[in-house]
Each structure stands twice: as C-alpha cells, then as structure tokens.
Write a protein that binds this ligand. Sequence first.
Ligand code: ZN
Length: 408
Amino acid sequence: MSDHRRLGRELELFHSDPLVGAGLPIWLPAGAAARHAVEEYIREAERLAGYQHVYSPPLAKREMYARSGHLAKFGDDMFPPLSSGSDMDDHDEGEPLMLRPSLCPHHAMVFASRGRSYRELPLRIAEIGGMYRAERSGVLGGLSRVRAISLNDAHVFCRPEQVGDEVALVLGMIREAQSVLGFAADGYRLSLRGDSFLGEPEVWDEAEGLLRDALDACGLAFEEAPGEAAFYGPKIDVQISDAAGRPFTLATIQVDFAQPERFDLAYTDSDGVKRRPVMVHRSVIGSLERLFAHLIEVHSGAFPAWYAPVQLAVAPVGSDQASVAHAFASGALRAGLRVEVVEDGSLGSRIRGAVQRKIPYVAVIGAQEAADGSVSLRLRDGRSVPAQPAASALSHILDVVATRSLSL
Ligand SMILES: [Zn+2]
C-alpha cells in the first residue's frame, strides 16, 4: 500500500492548500470525477434498497443541537457558533447558527415534517451531506481525517421489531459495496456503551442485543468494544486500516432510541395509538474522504474502470489520424465514458503517460486502423489487444464500466 497523500498529489486527485486551511482538501477534477461515479453507485444502491434521498443544509440553530444532545455530549468536536444573531432578522430571535456535526437532527425533521403512519415504516431517509468536526490540526492528514466531511448517511425510522431486518439489509449493502469498490474491510466491531450515554441502561441492553443478533444472523465475525459506542446508541463499526497500519472506522450502523424521544417523533400505529419509532443511523461507505483515502491506497491509484477519473485515452499515431481519433473519442464521450485524446509527444511517451496516470484503456489509432475503422487497445496492466472494430472495443469498455467489473 502507498500513502494516499503522495498518490493524491501525483495523480492530481485532491489538493490541500495552507490558505484554505488544514483538514479542508479540495477535490481536483480527477478526484471529483471518481467521487461522482461512486456517489452515483451508492445512490442507486440505496434507491434499489428503498431509500429516499433528501438535501438538507449543513448548519442549523444551536437549539437543535441542544435538543439532540450533541452540544452536551459532542460540543467539543463542534466549531463555535457562527453568529450572535445581531444582524439576523427577527425570525431567528438571535439564536446562533452552528455548522452541523452530523446529519441526524435534520433527518429527524424530515420524519417530523408531517404525521406518519405505521404503513410508511421503515422510512429510509438518505443523503450525501456535509458535516463539520473541529479536529485539532495535529491529527489531520490528507483525506483520512478532515474538518469538512461528506458523509454517505441515512436514517431509518422503524418499529423496534423491524430493526434486525434493517441492520441486516445494511450489512448486505456494506458487503456488496466493498466487493464492487474492490476492497474488503479488516473486520467488524460491536461498540458498546461506556460511562457517558443518553437514555436508560435497559434500553441500551436491548439495542446492543439487536446489533449482536444481526451480526450473528449475517454470519459475520466481530469483536466487542466496550466504551466505543456513540453517546446515543451502540453501533457496528466497519474497520479498515491505512498504509501505515493505523486502524480507522469507515462506516457505522447505530441503533438509537434516544433521539426519537428528544425530538418527540411519533407515528400512528395500526391500533390508532401514537408510538415512537426507533432511529437506525447508518452509513454504507462512510465519508467520501475517508473512503477515497482507502481506495487510493488499496488500488495504488489504479481504480477499477467504472470509477477511474479518465477511463479511456485515445492516441492517434500521427497527425493524419487526429480527426478519426477525435471522432472516436467524441462517440465514447456521448456513450458515457470519461475520455481524453492524447496528442503531445511520441506515441511511446503518450502511452507511458496514460499508464502513469492509471488510465485503464488507451486506444491507439494508426493509418491502418483509421482506414478500416478499428482501434488497438493498450491496457493499464501491460496487455495489448490487437486491432478490432472501434465499435466492439467501445462496447467492451462500456460493458466493463456498466457492470462495475474489477477486471479490465
Ligand atoms: Zn445519524
């Protein structure tokens, strides 16, 4: 494994600038293209699993975080309030705004936006959203630990008896996502309560039991970690490690009885009685920052074709083939590929350059290929594919990308 910071710089995936500030990396075009592909994948996987997506703002009144318990239990990790309210209008009543440390309260407000029936449960609300952590500058580095976090997040509001199935559904999505992205987690950890927690011990026992049962039902080996739970509930952690062998939590599933209580969430049950839902907080791939720190390291920057920043480079052998090369590239672009025509320098240096940039496919077009409408492919792994009709080369690459295959 190589350090993602070095590869991130070499492959121009992201940039950290002292003028922006520590822990605030910018995703450069190549990194943004790869991230966009992964975001599309996860939104699709969530949609197929019955999740509904929302957008919510990355800040809210301090009062909301007092209500959720974040201020009391998590306040040291939050940035100070943004405004005293002196120049705000009357509706805000001087209440300062805070950058959010999590998306949970906003999603609780989605549930509370109207009356809810038991028929709507489980209600699965998802978002890839920004949140902020006042991390000390000493612990920040590259993408693995940042102050502005883009989290693949969702909250499932359900009846207590639905929790087991929902957790199992998420565990399945987690395993599927890892297989499609091309990595395997080090393992799973069941984080149990410590000395400081919201709610009653019996309720915690029940939630911890539900998570333990779901892990067992999925046949997953896990270790138990007392004292590592979130303040509002126990959690399953998906554990990975970086190039230096340091362990990180990538994604979590948490069962929470406390926030529904604090926000007075309720649904009307089949007998007409108002009941409280359970809130399951879950992420499948964690934050895009930490995920990509990991993906860059496990793949040494050579991402599977479906999320490679540039999927196809087109190299005309000479200037006579330039117009044919541009026409082929333009067809590939319209077919949905991320494609570039590489024209500067010798053919050998252009192919080497594409391989160094970890571009999976280079299509070479010489006089013969231009004349008969074919292309020769050079693969990132060193293989060459003899000239074939341009359309069949393109359809092979499109198929690899559409099926999110790990092989080229
Ligand atoms: Zn949450």
